[in-house]
Every structure is written in C-alpha cells, then in structure tokens.
Design a binder for this molecule. Structure first.
Ligand code: AMP
Ligand code: GLY
Length: 422
C-alpha cells in the first residue's frame, strides 16, 4: 500500500514509525513531517491544513490510505474530500469532527443520549454568560466553543476569574472565532484519564489506556500545554472501568453519531474525569493524543496498518490488537519558554547517544540543517522508553533524556509521579 500521514509532530512520527514497520506498507509519505520523520517516511512540503494540496498529492501519487494526525484538517473536511475522491481516509469527516471542533456540539450530543458529563450552558452573549456564572457560583469552568490549540479552557476558582474569562474570549477575542461562543460548565473533581478507541462508525475497538501530564510544571502546576509526557498502561483503567466507559460513554456516542447521520470513523479520544459518581466525559478529541500516541505505538505488538484499513472499511467487528505487557513512558523536551514564547533554531546534540540507551526519540518539532538537528517548535522531542514497570520505563526515559545535549530545552523530571509514587 501507498500511505500518506498528515501532520508533523511527535504523534505523526510515532505513527510513521509504526506504519513503516508494516509489511503492507510499500511507500510512506508524510506532509509536512519533520527531521525525525524523514528517517521513516519521505517528507512532502505541504502543510497539514492545506486541504487542496493534500488532496492533489494523494490523487497524483496513487495513495491508498491517508492517516490524518491533527484535528484541524479533520475539522476542515480533509477526510470528506479524500472519500469523495475514492481514497481511504483514516479520521472522521467534518460533521463528525465537530465532536472536537465544537464543545457545545459535544455537550448537546451527551445531553440527547444521556452520556455522563458536567452540567453546562451554551452562550453567545457575554451578559447572559455572566449571569449564569453568578447564579451557579465558583468553582466553574469556562470553555471557548471552537478549536483553541488547548488554550481555550479556564478552570476558575472564583466568580471574578470566570467573569474575566468571559471577557477574554468575548470582548478581547483572545481565541478569535473559537471564542465567539462559550460553554460554561460544572467543575468536576477526580482523577483524569485518557481513553482511546478505534471505530469504523459502528464497531468499536478499545485501545490501551494512557495518562498524560498537561501542566508545564512539576507536580502538575503552571499553565496547560499540549502535554509534557505520558505513560501507558494507565493504572486507573481497570477492566471494569473500561467496560463502564464503553457502555456509558463511547458506545452511546458512536451509536448517536451514526443515528444523527454523521457516523464517526477513526480514533476517538475521550478525556475523562473519574468522579465519585463514576466516569464523566470532559471532552472528545477526534484524533490520537499527542504525546499519548507515542506510548501506545511503543506498546502495540500487532501491525497497525490492517487496523487502520479495517476502520476505514467498516471491518472492525471481531478485530483484535495485541499489546505488550511492558509499560512505556515518553518525556517531552520543550524549548525554554514554552508554552509562552520561545526561540527556534537552537541546535540539539546527543540524539544518537540517547537512542544508544535503548530509548526511541520521536521528533515533535525539529528540522535538519545539513547534519545538524535544530529545534523548530515548542514541543521538540519525545524521549520514549519501555520497561517491565512504569518505574522502569521512567528510569529508561530519563537516562536517555540525560544523554541529550540541548541547553535551550527543558523537561519535567516527574512524568509518571502518580503511578510511580515519587
Ligand atoms: P479540556 O480541553 O476540555 O479537556 O480541558 C482542559 C483541562 O481543563 C482538562 O484536562 C481538565 O484538567 C480541566 N477541565 C476541563 N473541564 C473541566 C471540568 N468540567 N471540571 C474540572 N476540570 C475541567
Ligand atoms: N495530550 C493531549 C492532547 O493530545 O490533546
């Protein structure tokens, strides 16, 4: 098969690495890719949101399967365009991608189908939003409706903070059009868990669990990021909890989307809060988590390509995937300053030494300059190791981190602390 992966982050590097190892893969391209992805795939200089360019490339190069990594091209309808051209696209169409593209859409779906989630209101008027906040009191959560690169959520401890978040989105337009509508919701207490499932629109195959760390600082403090590290399995995901999440959240969603005429195909990523009243849905993402995908791919023992094809072809019934019993952990190395402003173009050394420890270094934001590897983003490297326990994987990941010579980067030193107990 001739396969194109869309995106250029650590998630796409992990996908390319897994796909390149498949005997079914005859040619692998990645658009736009990065310096690490170039080891596994031929990088093509087309942006991940250039829907016309990607479609033309897929048609011209007789691509059999397009695996769409990030949410933006899904929300823009890339999967629909490929589908119309007769090319298999792994990822939902624009209608189903609304599960991530509009938090209000997701909440209304939950309300219609009795899916447990925080109580909420939807607002396009700032005064009405503020009145609702005053009536509900704090803590309370204010969310931009649309895609805001992980930045549109304010967990407000006071009413004043929540009112300020309304002004930020609606008066200051901090999130552009994404903040023209707000979802304001009940504050939930509990442990968070990421749950992933593959679906072909009807059949659902749960994947392994993973846990990420969104906050930039140690002890899960400071501003939220796209994710500073992750590990799998997630100790809190027991078989009983998995069955409950499937029964109460994932299956009603997949059935509801099909009944509404927008069947959901691809990977469904449920952000959950494990509350005293059971698991509740915080958010849906319509793609693999980044960096959760990196640890899932390290633990996957089956060929991923038949699973991706089965999802596209409505053939996931009775499909099975094998996972390693080993744990995997990834630590994100980010450019100093991230998630605020940071420099690009600083040189990274010691990548071979890091991999010589047995770890995998997935590239999230790098570019090559001759033989040199330069930082080219906020999250730059995902240093990933396996071990018989999460503690072993953690030790392996940090040993590899310590072999990397990049004075302009930083990482959290405590990824996995909840699981390892340090
Ligand atoms: P989201 O992008 O919707 O997952 O929100 C980002 C983060 O905000 C989540 O990972 C949670 O830590 C937090 N959060 C979102 N919604 C709630 C809620 N209803 N209650 C408590 N925390 C929340
Ligand atoms: N790691 C969080 C995300 O991919 O949204």
């Amino acid at each position: 098969m001739r396969i194109l992966v869309v995106g250029g982050g650590g998630r796409e590097h992990a996908l390319c690495w897994a796909i390149a190892g498949s005997p079914l893969c005859d040619a692998l391209y990645c658009a736009p890719g990065n310096a690490g992805i170039a080891r596994d795939a031929e990088c093509v200089d087309i942006g991940a949101e250039d829907v016309d360019g990607l479609l033309a490339f897929a048609v011209d190069n007789a691509i059999d399967l397009v695996v769409i990594g990030p949410e933006a091209p899904l929300v823009l309808g890339l999967a629909d365009r490929l589908d119309a051209a007769g090319i298999r696209a792994f990822g939902p169409g624009a209608g189903a991608a609304m599960l991530e593209g509009s938090k209000g859409f997701m909440k209304d779906l939950c309300a219609r189908h009795g899916i447990p989630t925080a109580g909420y209101g939807r607002f396009t008027d700032a005064e009405a939003a503020k009145a609702y906040i005053r009536e509900q009191g704090a803590p309370i959560v204010v969310k931009a409706d649309g895609l805001a690169a992980g930045k549109g959520v304010t967990v407000a401890q006071t009413v004043d903070e929540a009112l300020a978040a309304v002004d930020e989105a609606m008066t200051d337009n901090a999130f552009g059009d994404a903040g023209a509508e707000l979802v304001i919701e009940e504050f939930l207490v509990g442990e968070e868990l990421s749950f992933f499932a593959l679906t072909d629109g009807e059949n659902v195959l749960p994947l392994a669990g993973a846990q990420d760390h969104k906050a930039v600082g140690e002890g899960d403090t400071g501003p939220n990021t796209g994710g500073m590290g992750a590990y799998s399995p997630a100790p809190s995901l027991t078989p009983e909890l998995e069955a409950e999440v499937m029964e109460t959240i994932v299956l009603p969603t997949v059935r509801g989307m099909a009944a509404d005429g927008t069947p959901y195909l691809g990977v469904l990523y449920a952000g959950l809060m494990l509350t005293a009243d059971g698991p509740k849905l915080l958010e849906y993402n319509v793609r693999f988590g980044d960096p959760e995908c990196q640890v899932l791919m390290m633990r996957l023992r089956s060929d991923i390509v038949p699973a991706l094809v089965a999802a596209c072809d409505g053939a996931l019934k009775n499909f099975d995937l094998r996972w390693s019993d080993d744990a995997a952990m990834t630590v994100v190395l980010a450019a100093r300053g991230y998630p605020g402003s940071y420099e690009k173009g600083t040189e990274i050394r010691g990548l071979d030494a890091a991999e010589a420890t047995g770890a995998m270094v997935f590239h999230a934001g790098t570019k090559a300059d001759g033989d040199r590897i330069l930082a080219n983003g906020g999250r730059v490297l995902n240093v990933t190791a396996t071990g018989t326990t999460i503690a072993d994987a953690q030790q392996g990941a940090y040993a590899a981190v310590d072999a990397i010579d990049w004075p302009d980067g930083f990482c959290r030193r405590d990824i996995g602390w909840r699981a390892v107990g340090s």
